[in-house]
Design a protein. Structure first.
Length: 282
């Protein structure tokens, strides 16, 4: 299902990884091999929702995942997070197999899910409270993370006093509270208005650069996927297979102006081709 683009005058590398889709040239922090997920329906037949998928993720990468609705994007994230059981294949992190929730993995969902009776700082500190960690150290860490997401002045505000974008920033800070190596984000900006979403795209790139985390980010937006990623993982219709892996060489520093560039258009066109071929546009 891979597509090959004609060479352009620029130095953009848009070569396809057809021989071994999903594989990284760098040493893998996370290795997914032959991963599958199937569900049993009421008539006792089995429906394969995902895979087999193989993917290597290097430390410090920003991987975005796109594909048609129902192709298994969120399922893939939940499997890597250890939140659901796999049907086949393996997932390992740092050479150790993942068979349940991992301390080294933080998760941010589409809804911030903040506790309304807790302030922004108290919501960020929630993982530390659950683990009964030192209060003073946790508070200092929470304030540091609120600074990272640009909410230092809102530490004492409650969720209903924050905008949707601010609430999602609190959720991101909370996911970073226990200092995970990997951050999994499942359409975290999908419910935001267009302007706030663009602002959050810039913010999450900055947070990624400053924190050094490895991020996997599910989105339905092709432009968002290209803007954020070092690599874009394109999944096919169900059962989700790796249709393409696109290396996004747009430089480390990215402003919103880049979306109007020819280089940006090359990447979005390549990804969109996979959906247009079947009459689907995400």
């Amino acid at each position: 299902m891979s597509t090959t683009l004609s060479p352009t005058p620029t130095t953009i590398d848009t070569k396809s990884r057809t021989a071994e889709p999903g594989r990284s040239d760098a040493a893998a922090l996370i290795r997914v091999a032959g991963l599958e997920k199937s569900y049993r329906s009421r008539d006792r037949s089995r429906t394969r929702a995902l895979g087999p998928v193989s993917l290597d993720i290097a430390r410090g990468e920003f991987i975005t995942i796109v594909g048609p609705s129902g192709c298994g994007k969120s399922t893939l994230l939940k499997l890597i997070a250890g939140l659901i059981d796999r049907s086949a294949g393996s997932i390992s992190m740092g050479g150790r197999e993942i068979n349940g929730p991992q301390h080294e993995i933080g998760v941010v969902f589409q809804s911030p899910v903040l506790l309304p009776w807790r302030t922004a700082l108290e919501n960020v500190m929630l993982p530390a409270a659950v683990q009964r960690l030192d209060l003073a150290k946790s508070r200092a860490r929470g304030l540091e993370l609120l600074g990272l997401v640009g909410l230092t002045d809102f530490a004492g505000k409650y969720p209903n006093e924050l905008s949707g974008g601010m609430q999602q920033r609190v959720a991101i800070a909370r996911a970073l509270m226990h200092d995970p190596a990997v951050l999994l984000m499942d359409e975290p900006f999908g419910a935001l208005d267009a302007m706030t979403r663009e602002s959050m795209n810039v913010e999450i790139r900055r947070i990624w650069a400053e924190s050094g985390k490895t991020i996997l980010f599910v989105t339905h937006s092709i432009p968002e996927a290209v803007f954020l990623a070092t690599r874009v993982l394109v999944l096919s219709a169900r059962p989700g297979l790796v249709a393409d892996v696109v290396d996004v060489d747009l430089g480390a520093e990215r402003s919103l102006d880049i979306v109007t560039s020819d280089a940006f258009g090359v990447f979005t066109k390549r990804i969109r081709h996979h959906f247009q071929a079947k009459g689907m546009i995400e």
